[in-house]
Design a protein around this ligand. Structure first.
Ligand code: PLP
Length: 393
């Protein structure tokens, strides 16, 4: 692979390792372990493992290594570690580097499972976490202390699509010696420049746009070789959150078409958001690509596009939202995102059901809010379907 290649070329070729058969599509090495020719070879491999040598699939596997190399090349990161799910990536990245007594600053607007890790798991192990409004740089500045070890946020929050200024928060964190970990799912690897913008560690749920077709759970952590191999890998390989070779193969094939899919989904999301804005049944339309988005300039600077997810609030609250969802014929009611199929979610009663009412209000998760992950269907069909469903509300 050449480092000069554009990202679409890397997404197709980077990381490929061909066996002696010269297969075109990446081989799936569905094996838990590897055979050593002699006892001396086994001893030598356990002493020091080479870049193309493997011991046990929990530690590494050729198909998984291909996925790690490909996504690292795309993201411009030194290295990557693939995990069993996005949450294995988030929890592994945080718990591998933190210990009792450490301090963490996190944005408040988080995916439910991320909130569980930050709020409950870390507290149980004696890590202090301060939550801030991710869009408010003054709050970040006040919360990050000289002894802060890590800063964590979703670069675009779920489901209200608030954007955190990666470059500005990294400057504040780095000035105090803290590491910045970014959950970059909503930005997608296609529009991400998080490493270049200063993030030390970038995390994806590969379940979302990387697979993009609803087949498998997976995740990945990207960062410096020192962090990935020195801090994260020892933790992951002994605690068991590694990606399976079959999943790695799905994700490799997903990366090959990801750019085409995500750009098409993003173009449709932009068109839908623009045409829905101002609709009499809607209290608001939230989409980072809209000029009316509170952080429109930051979105353009940081991602250059609004992403594949929009959200809108129906004026009639939960009852109207449910009537709308039940009247749609193209989009399906589920809770994944980034999929080829348009997926509609009612956050207040599903993904964010557990949150107390005051937290929901603080985060803008209103009873009428619908999250809309735009798929690969014809945008004219999606638009017509939304409009007919709004009519029925
Ligand atoms: C889905 C998601 C995760 C968790 O990923 P899984 O693959 O479901 O474990 C983490 N963060 C964000 C922002 C997500 O959307």
């Amino acid at each position: 692979m050449s480092n000069d290649w554009q990202s679409r070329t890397k997404a197709v070729h980077a990381g490929s390792r061909r066996s002696q058969y010269g297969e075109v599509s990446e081989a799936i090495y569905l094996t838990q372990g590897f055979v050593y020719e002699t006892a001396e070879h086994a001893e030598a491999r356990f002493e020091s493992i080479g870049p193309d040598e493997f011991i046990y699939a929990r530690y590494g596997n050729p198909t998984v290594a291909m996925f790690e190399e490909r996504i690292a090349a795309l993201e411009g990161a030194e290295d990557a570690f693939a995990t069993a799910s996005g949450m294995a990536a988030v929890s592994g990245a945080l718990t591998s580097m933190l210990r009792a007594g450490d301090h963490v600053v996190s944005a408040r607007a988080l995916f439910g499972s991320c909130l569980y890790i930050l709020e409950e798991v870390l507290a149980r192990f004696g890590v202090e976490v301060t939550f801030v409004d991710g869009a408010d740089l003054a709050e970040w500045e006040a919360a990050i202390r000289p002894d802060t070890k890590a800063v964590f946020f979703e670069s675009v929050s779920n489901p209200t699509l608030q954007v955190v200024d990666i470059e500005a928060v990294c400057k504040l964190a780095h000035a105090r010696g803290a590491l910045v970990l970014v959950d970059n799912v909503f930005a997608t690897p296609v529009y991400s420049r998080a490493i270049e913008q200063g993030a030390d560690v970038v995390i994806y749920s590969a379940t979302k746009h990387i697979d993009g077709q609803g087949r498998a759970l997976g995740g990945v952590v990207l960062g410096s070789r020192d962090f990935i191999r020195g801090t994260l890998e020892p933790y992951m390989k002994h605690t068991g959150g590694s990606m399976s070779p079959f999943t790695a193969w799905i994700m490799l094939k997903g990366l090959e078409t990801m750019s085409l899919r995500v750009r098409a989904q993003c173009a449709s999301a932009q068109e839908l958001a623009e045409s829905l804005e101002g609709h009499p049944q809607l209290a608001k339309v939230l989409y980072p690509g809209l000029e009316s988005h509170a952080q429109h300039d930051l979105v353009q600077r940081q991602m250059g596009a609004g992403g594949t997810v929009l959200a809108f609030e129906l004026k009639g609250g939960k009852e109207a939202a449910f009537r709308f969802l039940n009247a749609c014929k193209v989009g399906i009611i589920s809770n994944n995102l980034g999929d080829a199929k348009t997926i509609m979610t009612h956050p207040a009663t599903t993904t964010h059901q557990r949150l107390p009412q005051d937290q929901k209000e603080l985060l803008g998760i209103a009873p009428g809010l619908v999250r809309f992950s735009v798929g690969l269907e014809d945008v004219a069909d999606l638009k017509a379907d939304i409009l007919q469903a709004l009519e029925q509300v």
